[in-house]
Design a protein around this ligand. Structure first.
Ligand code: ATP
Ligand code: MG
Ligand code: FE
Length: 334
């Protein structure tokens, strides 16, 4: 089975071709980062326009690189949501147009299912498994007993981890998107500041990062007011340690409670060196098998969408021509 995947939920225009559910024949990503940088974040109208300009070229490039024609393709999988509605619509309409022109089925894919299935491209998923999803808009613990079945056991009550990273970066004075830059800075500093950890109720698998974010911002403001200097790398390292401390502790507790055999890390913040290292260490200590996608599959891409789409293809879960971009799409039915 060969699936063409399309992803346009945010600020990456991406297309990929995968074979047999896990072999990547091509994966092309066009990032709009430079266009959004001067606004300090993603501007929806600019994102949509870029997608419109890029989508046909990116799909063509993915097909060429994979050395396939539309005759070879079995289905088109596209991100249906969640994301920016105008951005999603570009991908959805491109997928529908291709499907109509070449008489192919369309598969609507949930973006977070895609992030989770990025792990399948590394090593076939085995169940039951626990996934820690950490991205720009999501921080969730998801338990899976089989393909396409998602049980949300915890989520953030305020900021997503990626969002907290980007805000902390801005306060330090780093350009958008700040996550990777805070990560880099953190690697050069000591975690000397004991920022607060939000553990919440004893049995809760929920998260909260707004308190930590505010503590970082206040620490920086207070230092500036007193004209004292706190090294930004110390702030970054201390913030990073507080984040991964909570994420790793809660994740390992969830793995134990649910008796999961496998642990996955998913989403853009899975690229974070501190989190990767700390989670790997904890998993090794507990004898839990951990999969973390390579950096290129952590942030938004279409290979992960094609991969999740592959399993929907096998289930026969196809979209009809009413398929639309759904900004707040729920994960349960994917
Ligand atoms: P969602 O997937 O929730 O819809 P999104 O698609 O915008 O949101 P992703 O592309 O999955 O998010 O991830 C982007 C986020 O990951 C950004 O907030 C970015 O700062 C963060 N990020 C990327 N690399 C790193 C890193 N090395 N350390 C920390 N954060 C990172
Ligand atoms: Mg992005
Ligand atoms: Fe994403």
């Amino acid at each position: 089975t060969i699936i063409l995947g399309i992803e346009t939920s945010c600020d990456e225009t991406a297309a990929a071709v995968i074979q047999g559910g896990s072999t990547i024949l091509s994966s092309i990503i066009s990032s709009q980062m430079e266009s959004h940088k001067r606004f300090g974040g993603v501007v929806p109208e600019i994102a949509s326009r870029h997608h419109v300009e890029q989508i046909t070229l990116i799909v063509e490039e993915a097909m060429e690189k994979a050395e396939v024609t539309f005759e070879d393709i079995d289905a088109v999988a596209v991100t249906e949501g969640p994301g920016l509605v105008g951005a999603l619509l570009v991908g959805v309409n491109a997928a529908k147009a291709i499907a109509f022109a070449h008489d192919l089925p369309v598969i609507g894919v949930h973006h977070i299912a895609g992030h989770i299935y990025a792990n399948h491209l590394v090593k076939p998923l085995e169940f039951p498994l626990m996934t820690l999803v950490v991205s720009g808009g999501h921080t969730e613990l998801i338990y899976m007993k089989e393909h396409g079945q998602y049980e949300l056991i915890g989520e953030t009550r305020d900021d997503a981890v990626g969002e907290a990273y980007d805000k902390v970066a801005r306060t330090i004075g780093l350009p958008y998107p700040g996550g990777p830059r805070v990560d880099k800075l953190a690697q050069t500093g000591e975690a000397d500041i004991d920022f607060p950890r939000a553990w919440l109720e004893e049995d809760s698998f929920d998260f909260s990062f707004s308190g930590l974010k505010s503590a970082v911002i206040n620490t920086l403001h207070n230092a500036r007011q007193k004209d004292t200097e706190i090294a930004p790398e110390v702030i970054a390292a201390s913030f990073q340690e507080a984040v991964s401390d909570v994420l790793v502790t809660k994740t390992m507790r969830a793995v134990k409670k649910y008796g999961a055999d496998r642990l996955l890390l998913a989403g853009g913040v899975a690229a974070n060196s501190g989190l990767r290292g700390a989670l790997q260490e904890a998993a090794d200590r507990e004898g839990i098998q951990l999969t973390i996608p390579p950096l290129s599959l952590c942030t938004d891409n279409a290979a992960m969408i094609a991969c999740a789409g592959h399993f929907l293809y096998e289930k026969g879960q196809f979209a009809d021509d009413r398929l639309n971009g759904v900004p707040g799409l729920a994960l349960e039915s994917f």
